[in-house]
Unconditional design. Structure first.
Length: 466
């Protein structure tokens, strides 16, 4: 039966799109969305869509539209019946379904539509609750559209691209998967370990805290964090200087790492690292920073705007200046994608600085529960992008390490300066995270779409690896 449906949908791709639309809508409907097995069915549909070659932008469009329509129907039901719906089956027998969602909406307002989209137990009831509370429709529509745009890519693209790679000799082999798995485990370990180290050492740091003035002055009254920031920055700067001084001694390490990466080269994994390296190109990072800067300008957050501008200028000019100064030749790939000088890696430096600063923005004075997620996103972008430069043969591993270390020193300096004064003044708690994530999605969409085809030729090595 399953094979018959698969064959029929393969011959009728328009129905696949309609089913994706319908499933996205049903997943957002009150009651129904909590019953249907939406995730496995959506995975199957996106696998099929990728396998039969439906345009990825069409798939995303139908998924976003379905999510918007589903939330809209739930909102309309709640708006019409108001609290009377609490006395209608099945809510009469299951009052906790609405109670949790109503409390969530009362606490978070419009942004509950965004957060609720990713929280399983209340996902299907939050739009209904916003209707019950008579949220103005323009406000509901604004948050509804944003939540659908954020929900679609992580729920659609993995299955789509996996489907596109089915029966393809370009799929990564076991060694490539182990390599990527090791990176993900490292990121997960850091996300788990760093907050716990902070918690375990808090009492010791408080007992040995410097006075809250001078170089350790902190507007939040936590001078020990300023001390730790300067310590981390000093370690980063010293590490960069050490790499620069002992660069000739790292030649054997560079050659060995480059050789090992060459053995792992294979189209499937090349595409992964190509995507990350494109996300950190100057054009993509400037688009990202430009969107955030424009938002800060509209909100008249002059201090945060100045930090964003300074970070962007450093990303543009400091690596190029140092590359000219050191004039250290890179691996010289077959397709020359950059100038000869490669120390330090401009991509590794820039992604560390910009996403380090955005992490600082997202986690000051906001929800404590947000920190692990912000840390996971920032570390994923920094680590994968940095490794991509060495993996694709564009930099030596020492170039990458130097870029990350120097970037860490700059981020520490920016954080130290940021915490000496007030944080955000006019923005709401949810705005920085939302705007930064939207900026990432938009800049990634624009530049991956623009540069992907042309980048595949020089960045990938067909038929290599194991």
């Amino acid at each position: 039966m399953t094979e018959t449906w698969w064959a029929w949908l393969t011959q009728n791709p328009d129905w696949t799109l309609l089913l994706i639309f319908g499933l996205a809508a049903l997943e957002s409907l009150a009651v129904i969305g909590s019953i249907i097995p939406a995730i496995p069915v959506m995975i199957g549909l996106t696998l099929l869509a990728g396998h039969i070659g439906i345009n990825v932008y069409e798939v995303l469009l139908y998924a976003v539209a379905g999510a918007i329509v589903g939330d809209g129907i739930s909102y309309a039901i709640g708006h019409h019946f108001k609290h009377r719906i609490e006395h209608v089956w099945p809510f009469r027998k299951n009052p906790h379904w609405l109670a949790a969602s109503e409390a969530f909406v009362e606490k978070h307002g419009g942004k509950s539509l965004i957060f609720g989209r990713f929280i399983g137990p209340i996902r299907a009831f939050v739009p209904l609750a916003t209707g019950i509370f008579q949220m103005p429709f323009p406000r509901f529509l604004f948050f509804n559209v944003i939540s659908a745009l954020l929900w679609a890519p992580p729920n659609i693209l993995p299955g789509y691209f996996a489907g596109a790679a089915i029966d393809s000799p370009l799929l990564p082999g076991k060694h490539q998967l182990l390599f990527v798995g090791a990176i993900l485990i490292t990121i997960g370990t850091l996300v788990w370990l760093l907050p716990r180290l902070n918690s375990l050492t808090r009492r010791w740091r408080q007992q040995h805290a410097p006075h809250n003035h001078g170089v350790f002055a902190c507007a939040d009254g936590i001078p020990e964090n300023q001390f730790m920031t300067l310590l981390v920055g000093s370690v980063g700067l010293v590490s960069f200087i050490s790499l620069a001084l002992y660069l000739p001694l790292l030649a054997d390490l560079n050659a060995w790492v480059t050789t090992e990466f060459t053995r792992l080269r294979q189209p499937g994994i090349d595409w992964l690292f190509t995507a990350f390296t494109l996300l950190a190109d100057n054009r993509a990072l400037l688009t990202l920073g430009g969107i955030v800067a424009f938002w800060l300008l509209l909100r008249r957050e002059w201090r945060a705007l100045s930090f964003t501008v300074v970070a962007s200028l450093l990303c543009l000019f400091l690596p190029s200046l140092l590359q000219t100064l050191f004039a250290h030749p890179g691996p010289q790939p077959v397709f020359t994608m950059r100038d000869e000088a490669s120390f330090p890696s401009d991509h590794a430096f820039s992604v560390t600085v910009l996403w380090g600063l955005f992490y600082v923005f997202m986690t000051r004075d906001f929800w404590p529960g947000l920190k692990p997620w912000a840390l996971a996103v920032s570390l994923t972008l920094i680590i994968f992008t940095s490794i991509s430069r060495a993996f694709l043969g564009l930099h030596w591993i020492s170039d990458v390490m130097a870029g990350v270390m120097l970037g860490t020193a700059v981020v520490a300096g920016l954080r130290w300066s940021w915490y000496r004064g007030a944080g955000f003044i006019r923005v709401r708690h949810w705005e920085p995270t939302l705007i930064i994530m939207l900026a990432l999605v938009l800049s990634g969409f624009l530049w991956l779409r623009h540069s992907w085809a042309s980048a595949l030729i020089p960045y990938t090595v067909l038929g290599s690896g194991s």
